[in-house]
Design a protein around this ligand. Sequence first.
Ligand code: PLP
Length: 463
Amino acid sequence: MNQASSNAELDRDFLWHPFTQMRDWNAAGQEPVVIVEGEGALLWDENGREFLDGNSSIWTNLHGHRRPEIDRAIIGQLGRIAHSSFLGLTNDLAPRLARELIEWLRLEGGFRVFLSDDGSTAVEAGLKMIFQARAQRGETHRTQFISLAQGYHGDTVGAMSAGHSEVFHRTYRPLLFETTEVMSPACYRCPFNRGTPERGVDARASRKCHWECIGQLESALDALGETASALVMEPRVQGAGGMAMHPEGYLARAAELCCERGVWLMLDEVLTGFGRTGEMFAFQKENVVPDVVALAKGMSGGYLPIAATVAAPEIFDAFLGDFSERKTFFHGHSYSGNQLGCAASLASLEIFKSEHTPAHLQSSAKTLAELSARFWDHPNVGDVRHEGMICAVEIVRDFATREAFPFTDRIGARICEAAKKSGLLTRPIGDVLVLMPPYCSTEPQLRKMVEALCGAIGEVLPV
Ligand SMILES: Cc1ncc(COP(=O)(O)O)c(C=O)c1O
């Protein structure tokens, strides 16, 4: 019998963490932070150390930890039932949640909500729905998905196929189906951006280009012709692709190109959904009407795994038929429609009505943007970009050329490790530092997050 007893020892002996080099994790002298409590934007570890939750617990938390309304909703639901099957049954929460989601999405006219567990399953279900709908509509030639370079849609095989992350997906490539990759419209690293870096100016604002990204998308769609089925993309912000932010207007232009050609638009709002970009959903900033939307992460306010794939009527209708026709969507998950997740999600949506309204989110986002202007003071900060309650700080070796540090220098990871000592928890994407605070974060808390990260940059890269 293993004698380990502390949480850290048990973790080291029995667990395998996501996206973690376990040799480093288990290395002598590495003590994991063992989180035992949280409230609002704060987390505490088992030694009573306090931390700011700088990335909203991997981009999930919205209104803060231990939010009384959500706590009460879950506890109340536990007093009735935690979970019952959603196959051939329904319950008294999922239908209400579906109606609320459709209202918030402003996608009326027959859109349907398919419930699952997490971002990857929401995307996977969307891809399969689209594929099957095309076939059942007699459009068997429309099999091809188009997606953006550096896109990330989750870790299941379909979601990886639509993704294009060299680091995450390279090993699995032989397992994946082919999708057409088009360039990412991320201005900071765009080869067509002739604008030179200017301190204090977001690369989207200083860009000089001819919308080559849209030109490339148009060419790809034309080349695919009638074989093009759907464009799959993260609207406005590509999260795991380095918080790459798109110029205003790309989404609307892309949607128009798709619409003209009968190509469906599937938006992955797993990260951007539920207020993160300052509007309830990122696509609402550009007034587009998607055909499929994938939602997860913040859907339950960051409490429980629940996700939704929302599909347009022309997709849903393609599945209707006589039982013998086998047009059913043969896809599902054991915890679809889970009552605890639905209760948490409904309670979270209520909070948006009174407290974290778009006006409140935009005001918090403005504060975050103003505070984070000081990142520009460091010579190795190449870009500081914002979209709502997301702030990304890209660290470079050379400001003028945007040259990156070697991957093996682990600059981003080292900065975040240093920030931890000052009480800030966040996780970088390569050398892109991310601040994505819960919406309840106060001005002093936002200030502390920025200060901790600035201090950590200075510690790792002394001037
Ligand atoms: C845009 C996007 N889509 C999908 C996913 C996958 O979500 P999950 O980790 O819940 O499977 C993520 C996760 O980071 C994401 O950022």
